[in-house]
Design a protein around this ligand. Sequence first.
Ligand code: PLP
Length: 449
Amino acid sequence: MPTTLEVKTPRLVTALPGPNAQQVIAADAKFMSPSLTREYALVARKGHGAIVEDVDGNSFLDFAAGIAVCSTGHCHPKVVEAIQKQAAELIHISGTDFYHHHLPQLAEKLVATMPGRDAKKVFFGNSGTEAVEGAIKLARYTTKRDKLIAFYGCFHGRTLGSLSLTASKNTQRKNFGTLLGGVEHIPFPYAYRCPHGHTVETCGTEILELLEQQMFKRLFAPEEIAAIIIEPIQGEGGFIPAPAFFLQELQRISNRHGILLIVDEVQSGVGRTGKWWAYEHAGIEPDIVCVAKGIASGMPLSAFVAKESVMTWKKGSHGTTYGGNPVCIASAMATLDLVEHGYLENARKMGDYIFARLHDWPKRFNIVGDVRGKGLMIGVEIVRDQKTKEKAADLRDAVVSKAFHKGLLTLSAGENTIRMSPPLLIDEEQADFALRTLEECFREVEKTI
Ligand SMILES: Cc1ncc(COP(=O)(O)O)c(C=O)c1O
């Protein structure tokens, strides 16, 4: 009989949370920061592929992947081997003060995934927020301007610089005092709720007008603006893709005024959308790209990649103790290899497979308002009423919780969206299980209203 980790779909052996899980949750409540936002009582112990086993021996199908981090699944043997080998050779030497061959090796590999005419340079950090912090600093340094424009609904991180850009939930900013000055937000094109009735192809036209006709004339002169930063698909904000034309126009406007276009690919990058980078779907070439999460299959690594003409800062302007740690880089090298040689194509193929199955959910389920995304970055927006589009956070939470009790791990995003961001290696059997489970949950939740 296969172990719970060798199965491809979940196996539940206790009520949830089981007795061991309850003990951990009690200890956690005593010692851990209460700011953490656990959505349900998963107490993980082991992981393999797209399966996570908890401390009571229950196994779950992971369609959250540690918030889109475990791109190659849990503990891929090649990733584990690379980490173990590197850990036995050299665990740390600071890349700020010393050289090691892994740094340019991974930088070259990363740059090769980003199409475009311009040569590019890389700075490695440890987390998504650090990549964004670095991008902000670089943009200000290079342009000698200090103003920044971001979008409502965006999430760029939780340290004070990136938090100044983040405009996702006010709890993330509340009580932290004054943030970075010179930051303004404009609406993000949200086709399902477009106030002008545009489709996903044209939504955002009026936002670009607002930028050029209002913001540039009344608030910030364009020559004061260092950068515009955007997620090509808003992640925490609700898995909302920006239309291709919108990204293209932002690039055109930015180029015209010497503003840098920063694309935050922390959640959408590394093959998740069926291309290396979600911005590629729009055919643009950003000035700075922020990368983290999926790049190292769970080891803490981030990067910002900038055009060579942009990354011109002087020695000592920016540095890090741990960023580009050799063990994390070894994990990233193995990860990029796996993505290049199969998982990127699988993400595209399985994304098509899943979208073909769920495109009619809004017709079949009254609580499903919208399905959207690309590849394996899939959002399902839950509403109380399809006509009024009233947001139904409570119903969304009920679906996410029911799915957990049936062995499927998903996460919420935005006010009322369910997000699916599985490892890039899932197969049809696993996709079928996830879709069937969510359909069951929708039916059960619909009976309650
Ligand atoms: C688009 C985006 N940028 C930045 C971050 C911050 O990353 P981290 O939590 O690693 O600091 C996140 C995290 O969810 C993200 O989704």
